[in-house]
Write a protein that binds this ligand. Structure first.
Ligand code: 6GU
Length: 281
């Protein structure tokens, strides 16, 4: 997978050469390049922003600098690789080789595990990091009109100074799902937010089984795998009920076994419909 990142602080992304992401790049699984948006400016001040049309505080990133940069990275300057709408119809991410363009934006749909899984199958992602009050709204509109798959995502309900942190979050969430990235792919299967059965994970313990007077739950040392599985599943249901009841509401009741239903009923959920529903709320 090729990942291009455009930013006015490209050095920020040096950290993507560390740890597992660095290893994936050494293995040739991944190639991450960070570009400085200012390299596409023509003025002495290398300015990338201007005041908002219509007034208001802050600065907005100018469309012309972005388009010079994006046309080049998307290969749109090269007439032999003209992108047309037909190239995109009915093709999945795996089948088309065109880059997907992603803009972090606090005023966009939330990025989640389903998005990360889908994007982990892409060949080429281009991230454009906005700064200041954001980027001119015509930039994503224009590239959509060229037939490019353009996405805008927020990573949570809080405001950051720019898209750099959000892009590093998305890159990490996406790349770790690529085949061959993880040493042990099973650790992905059991994780929170995976599949239609997205629950918070059960709590984890390691040895010693008693530490500073605190013991791990006895069932975990029993060697009875069925009991351990049930204990963990109940704990996942209980923790999700307490911390993220919105995830319980999304569960498909037909995927729940008898013991799951019993646990949820004890926690005050009604489980006879399509999705669980909290009673007396
Ligand atoms: Cl994607 N960008 C910025 N600037 N702030 C954010 C965000 C993105 N997601 C949450 N807050």
């Amino acid at each position: 997978m090729n990942i291009d990142i455009i930013s006015v602080f490209p050095e920020y992304f040096n950290m993507l050469n560390l740890s597992l992401l660095g290893k994936a790049q050494d293995k040739g699984l991944l190639n991450i390049k960070a570009y400085n948006l200012r390299d596409w400016t023509h003025d002495v001040h290398q300015s990338v922003d201007d005041t908002p049309v219509g007034g208001g505080a802050g600065m907005v990133m100018k469309p012309e600098v972005w388009s010079e940069c994006l046309d080049e990275l998307l290969g749109l300057n090269d007439s032999s690789s003209k992108i047309t709408n037909e190239n995109f119809t009915n093709t999945s991410i795996k089948e088309n080789n065109y880059p997907i363009l992603i803009f972090p934006n606090p005023c966009a749909p939330l990025f989640n595990q389903v998005d990360a899984t889908e994007l982990s199958r892409a060949n080429h992602l281009i991230f454009g990091c906005g700064r200041y009050e954001g980027y001119d709204a015509r930039i994503p509109d224009y590239y959509k009109s060229c037939g490019i798959d353009v996405r805008e995502y927020s990573i949570g309900d809080y405001v950051l100074n720019g898209g750099e942190v959000a892009v590093s979050v998305m890159v990490e969430a996406i790349t770790r799902l690529m085949p061959g990235f993880m040493g042990n792919p099973e650790s992905i299967v059991e994780e929170s937010y995976t599949g239609d059965d997205a629950l918070l994970e059960h709590r984890q313990y390691t040895r010693p089984t008693t530490w500073r007077g605190l013991s791990v739950p006895e069932v975990l040392t029993s060697g009875n795998h069925a009991k351990v599985d049930r204990f963990r599943r109940d704990e996942a249901l209980e923790r999700t009920d307490a911390i993220r009841p919105d995830l319980i509401e999304k569960l498909d009741c037909t995927s729940l076994d008898k013991a799951d239903r019993k646990t949820l009923i004890n926690l005050g959920w009604e489980v006879s419909g399509k999705h669980p529903r909290k009673l007396n709320d």
